[in-house]
Design a protein around this ligand. Structure first.
Ligand SMILES: *Cc1c(COP(=O)(O)O)cnc(C)c1O
Length: 372
């Protein structure tokens, strides 16, 4: 089986985990948490990092820190993981969708302005599959309407927009360190910001909103979203190799791209001239003209021992969100098409070129069969 992903844990992970166990520092009090925050925020290029227990709560914590409140509207792409909408809903705020671009599959920035109302407070761009959103026009809109920009950079560790790292461009950002992300802590996440007050609010929210001056006296509702020292130890070992990992991902992506450029009926995510994508996952979209969808291809690949994963389903198409009365009657045609026709292929850090050849050839055989 060629797995869709596998983490590389063959650096100092074991050594640093042993340090935690030998010292007894296994909960969130312990030296690796602060160290990981400092190393990762420095890598991204911001002053403050607040480690949390996963990427979904990193988004929620970032929204809280940014001052998003009940009834506020937050604009985000229809094509994303449900974590984004869940985070908005958890704060009592209202998610508002825009469609994505057909070539980058990222939030279509040109559609944002038409969705702004007097209640709009934030924009949440999601750097999908490691390709940056077009941030300059987005930040201009944010400035014009005084909106907070919360970047979801969970798939974009090391990706760059005009030589600036994703996660350092908006007002605040969220990352995930789930096992399939570019660096991992098993489960884990981080909120990053240049803003000291927002960082303090994030720290407070992840730790039950304890007040520094008066412990066990609370004026806001917080959560226990702390990262453990064990997770952070793995994170410290991982970040020592982040440049290497980003390099591997880019090489795999370029190799796939070159092979797929020769196959009609297959579309891949473009890399814009201003972007450095990190190919978090290598993705393809099947042309409608082939008369088949991503599920059909996944079945064919599985028969050949190749794992793949479907694209996200549009937020407006999620039964649970429809039941809440959200997005009624809304249509996002690009999201709907890529949800049906898109999938991602094996993209693990240990993947070999010979395995990519196998994957591409299996896709090619499938495509040629459809064309007859
Ligand atoms: C993985 C991911 C998240 C959520 O991260 P978890 O750590 O799995 O909670 C959020 N946003 C995007 C875009 C992701 O890919």
């Amino acid at each position: 089986m060629i797995p869709v992903n596998q983490p590389l844990l063959n650096g100092r992970e074991k050594e640093l985990l042993a340090e935690c166990i030998n010292s007894g520092w296994i909960s969130s009090d312990g030296p690796f948490v602060g160290k990981f925050e400092q190393l990762f925020s420095a890598y991204i290029g911001v002053d403050h990092g607040v480690a949390v227990c996963n990427g979904t709560v990193a988004l929620e914590t970032a929204l809280f820190a940014a001052g998003i409140n009940k009834g506020d509207e937050v604009i985000l792409p229809a094509f994303t993981i449900i974590s984004c909408v869940l985070a908005v809903l958890r704060l009592g705020a209202v998610p508002v969708l825009v469609d994505v671009e057909p070539d980058t599959w990222n939030m279509d920035v040109a559609q944002i302005e038409s969705k702004i109302t007097s209640k709009t407070k934030g924009i949440m761009p999601v750097h999908i599959y490691g390709h940056p959103v077009d941030m300059d026009p987005l930040m201009q809109i944010a400035k014009k309407y005084k909106l907070i920009v919360i970047e979801d950079a969970a798939e974009a560790h090391g990706a760059e927009y005009k030589h600036q790292k994703c996660g350092s461009i908006g007002h605040i950002a969220a990352f995930s360190f789930y096992a399939n992300k570019i660096i991992t802590t098993g489960e884990g996440g981080m909120v990053l910001t240049k803003n000291k007050e927002m960082a303090e609010r994030a720290r407070s929210y992840r730790n039950l909103c304890f007040r520094p001056e008066k412990r066990f006296y609370h004026t806001e509702l917080g959560n226990n979203y702390r990262m453990t020292n064990l997770q952070a130890a793995v994170g410290v070992a991982q970040i020592e190799r982040i440049e290497e990992f980003v390099g591997i991902k880019r090489n795999l992506g370029e190799y796939y791209k070159e092979k797929f450029s020769l196959i009609n009926g297959i579309k891949t995510q473009v890399e814009k001239p201003w972007a450095k994508t990190v190919y978090w996952m290598y993705c393809i979209e099947l042309a409608d003209s082939l008369g088949v969808n991503a599920d059909d291809l996944m079945v064919a690949l599985k028969q050949k021992g190749i794992e793949a994963r479907p694209f996200f389903l549009g937020m407006h198409q999620q039964p649970v969100l429809q039941q809440l009365g959200l997005f009624a009657g809304e249509k996002y045609p690009v999201t709907e098409r890529i949800s049906r026709q898109g999938l991602y292929l094996p993209s693990g850090l240990a993947l070999k070129e010979a395995q990519i050849d196998e994957v591409v050839s299996a896709v090619k055989v499938f495509v040629l069969k459809q064309r007859g």
